[in-house]
Every structure is written in C-alpha cells, then in structure tokens.
Design a protein around this ligand. Structure first.
Ligand SMILES: CC(C)(COP(=O)(O)OP(=O)(O)OC[C@H]1O[C@@H](n2cnc3c(N)ncnc32)[C@H](O)[C@@H]1OP(=O)(O)O)[C@@H](O)C(=O)NCCC(=O)NCCS
Length: 422
C-alpha cells in the first residue's frame, strides 16, 4: 500500500475502552450517511463481530486534521456459509466497506478487496459474497449477481390457500421475538440446508431477528413481533417476524421481515395466519425470491403483487476447482469453456465434468467453444440465471450448441432461495 497509507487490522481482542472501536465503526456510519453510533451500538458491534470471528481491516493514514494515524477506510469480512447445492460449505462474507470521501478513488477499496479475498483463497475457500449498495462497483472485481430478492404486497382479504394445497397442521402462537432465541439457529440452519443459495447467519442476524437489537431503537426492538409454528410434538419448526406499520399506513399494513422454515407447508401456515390478523389489510414482504411458490398455492394468485426487486447476493468465485467440487449439479455433462477473470484467479480454459450430482474441473489446452467472464459464471452459479439467458444478453459467447450444453450442465431444478441479507 502506498505511503502514507497503511493497511492494518483492528484486533478483536482490542480492549473495549479503546477509542479505535468507535473510530472504526464511524467509517461505516459516515460512509452510509448515518449519525455517529451511540456507546450501546459500539458495544453491540464489538460483541457481534467477535462472535463472527470477523477480520476488521482498515487503511490508516496521517495528515492535517487527523489526530495521529487514523482509519480512513474500513473493510470487514468474516467466515460464512453457503448451500451450494450439495450441502453447506464455507465461504467469505464481505460485510461492510467504506472509504472516507477525502480519500476516495485512490485505490483503497481495491487494495482491501485483493487482500481479504486473496487471503480467503489461500485458506482454501471457493467463493466470497457481498451485498452491494450500487450495481457498478463490484463487477470489476469479478462479482456477479447470484441471487435476487423480490418485494411482495399481499392483499389479505383475497388471501386464501387453494383447497387442494397442503397447509401444515400444528399450532401457531404469537410470541415475543426473544422466544425464538433457543430455536433460531436450528430453524435457520434447517432452512439453509433445504435450499440451494441459502446463506448462514452472522450474529447480527440473530440479534436483529430475535428482537434483541434494533438499529433505530439502539437497544431491544419494540416493534418486532413473532409468530411461531409448532409441530405435532410441540417443537417450533418455523417462524415469521413482522412489524405493524400502524394506523397511518394505508391500507393498514404489517411489514413481514422474514418467514423461515424448511417446509413450504409450514410457510403457508404462517402466511395464512399473518393474513388473518384482524384489521391488517396488507402484508408487505421484502425477502421473497423470483421462484417463490406462494402465489401458485393461492385461490387468487393476483392477491400477491410483485412491487419491486433487488440484488440480494453478489458472488465471486475465488477458486474454480474448489467451488466446482462444492457445487451440486442437477444434470450430467462434459463441457470446455474459457473464463476471463480481471483478478486472474479463475482465468483460463477449463474442462468441467459433472456426474451423479457432483462436478470437477481441470485446466485444458483444448480450444474452448465458449467464453464468459467470471462475473457471468457467478450469475449462473446458483441457478438464478441460465447460460442461455446470459448468452441472449451477450455475456456468454461462442458456438450455440456448446452454449446450450453448458447451460444444461449448470441449470438447476429450483432457483436459489436465500433469506439472509448482509
Ligand atoms: C465505494 C467505495 C468503498 C469505493 O472506495 P475507493 O477507495 O474510492 O475505491 P477505489 O479507489 O479502490 O476504486 C476502484 C475502482 O472502482 C471505481 N469505483 C469506486 N466507487 C465506485 C462507485 N460508487 N461506482 C462506480 N465505480 C466506482 C473507481 O472509479 C475505480 O475505478 P478504476 O479502477 O477504473 O479506476 C467508496 O466510494 C465509499 O465508501 N462509498 C460509500 C459507501 C459505499 O458505497 N460502500 C460500499 C458498500 S457496498
């Protein structure tokens, strides 16, 4: 890193009273146009980053206006998990990135990106993930949109599950969200195990989704509410968390934050229960996905409207051989293709063989029939898009028959599902 900049890591065992904790968090608060965090927020940040075994990278510098060497850029990443279609595997999550406006466009993000991802690759991880604030930042580092989330608006008066569709029996009760704490890890892990594309949770999710912490309240949440589904043995096997938007909302709305279970029939039971809350005319939901089966299960599918959508997860393949071994394949095949990678890690021509659900790649000297960027490969990796679709967009090029064969090898029976945002 060029002088006077220096890359450093804020150690997780830095004493609580060290002012660098607040200075570090304030890089993010400033970058995301927020007010300075209160002491309680700094304490919560410290606790959850320690629990996550995060790497708190930062760039420090000296100069006029700075009291000694101070952080002016920060990059936090942590160990994380992904269901890549053949079980849950380790990956890297890049949680937060910000560079002070007075030090932007000098390559600080690029340096920190290379350091964190290079280290993860050296440690044997196959991929890294992040969620982006702008679509134009991360393609240059080889990230592609791998899963998407859709916003739904549900008219509760028209919400009726079809008579021929199964709804889980069992019991639903409305509880204080803290009730979820002993069950949260088990239920979210069951959901993650069920769906390709699903991520694990960092400690912050646990705090936010059990109401232990609320950013706006800077303390326990007063607005979060929870419904829990209990199986026939009385064991919680799914939950919904939501917030009433109050009488000012028109129509009167409850904002559903998450419906989480490994069973679609339990999800339906929870949705039916939420839709039956007296006085609530509309449910909104920001964690749906393009393949959400909910409307198909309803008598009136138009009671559910898609009102928006968003990139949920951007994926970066760090090591193609590792990532391929960890990916589940729903089809067999043998394809050779060229990957263009701005950082070089996956650059080259590869032969991929998929058989019986698992795949391997090796470098190849053959002339590839198709070429694609590593960002396009990330976009089809979890099954959100096919190579044929990317070819229509001009992002996969080459022989049409080879593109079709390539597309089939990577196609998945179900689109990816993910409830974790980070
Ligand atoms: C986004 C941010 C971290 C970039 O940091 P930075 O140190 O200025 O980035 P770099 O100097 O390493 O820029 C690397 C490249 O990305 C480009 N770039 C950086 N930010 C960009 C943006 N917002 N949109 C488009 N391109 C961007 C730069 O122009 C540069 O391009 P080049 O390699 O072609 O010259 C910084 O602008 C920031 O903190 N923004 C506010 C918070 C934020 O958006 N964080 C990201 C959250 S996901």
């Amino acid at each position: 890193m060029h002088e006077p900049y220096r890359y450093e890591v804020l150690p997780l065992d830095t004493p609580d009273e060290d002012p660098r904790w607040a200075a570090y968090l304030d890089i993010f608060d400033f970058g995301f146009l927020d007010r300075r965090s209160a002491d309680a927020s700094v304490e919560t940040y410290r606790t959850h980053r320690r629990r996550d075994r995060a790497t708190l990278g930062m760039v420090t510098t000296v100069g006029p206006g700075l009291a000694g060497r101070q952080p002016v850029g920060a990059f936090a990443s942590a160990p994380f998990t992904l269901n890549a279609g053949a079980g849950i595997v380790d990956c890297l999550v890049i949680n937060t990135i910000a560079v002070s406006p007075s030090h932007r466009r000098r390559g600080l993000l690029t340096e920190m990106m290379r350091l964190h991802m290079g280290d993860a690759r050296d440690r044997g991880l196959g991929c890294a993930v992040l969620s982006a604030s702008e679509a134009t930042i991360y393609g240059r580092y080889g990230f592609g949109v791998a899963t998407r989330q859709m916003d739904l608006s549900i008219d509760t008066a028209r919400f009726h599950v079809r008579d021929d569709v199964d709804v889980a029996e069992g019991h639903i009760e409305f509880v204080h969200p803290l009730f979820l704490q002993p069950h949260f890890d088990r239920i979210t892990l069951a959901h993650q195990s069920r769906y390709r594309g699903a991520h694990g949770r960092v400690h912050g999710h646990y705090l936010l989704h059990t109401g232990a912490w609320d950013r706006a309240d800077e303390g326990p949440s007063r607005s979060l509410r929870a419904a829990v589904h209990f199986d026939a043995d009385g064991v919680p096997d799914g939950f919904a968390i939501f917030k009433h938007k109050g009488w000012e909302s028109s129509p009167v709305t409850a904002e559903v934050v998450q419906v989480c279970s490994p069973h679609p029939s339990v999800d339906r039971a929870l949705w039916r229960c939420l839709a039956s809350i007296d006085l609530v005319e509309r449910l909104t939901y920001g964690s749906s996905h393009p393949g959400d089966p909910l409307p198909l299960a309803l008598k009136d599918p138009w009671s559910v409207k898609v009102t928006g959508g968003d990139d949920a997860v951007w994926l970066r393949l760090l090591d193609l051989a590792v990532a391929t071994r960890q990916r589940g394949f729903d089809a067999d095949g043998d394809v050779t293709f060229r990957v263009i990678d701005p950082l070089g890690w996956c650059e080259g021509t590869w032969r991929l063989r998929a058989d019986g659900g698992r795949g391997t790649v090796e470098r190849s000297d053959a002339t590839p029939a198709i070429t694609l960027g590593v960002d396009a490969l990330a976009t089809l990796w979890l099954g959100d898009r096919t190579a044929e679709t990317l070819a229509l967009a001009g992002r996969v090029t080459g022989d049409p028959d080879a593109i079709r064969a390539f597309s089939r090898v990577f196609a998945t029976d179900l689109p990816p599902v993910n409830l974790a945002r980070f």
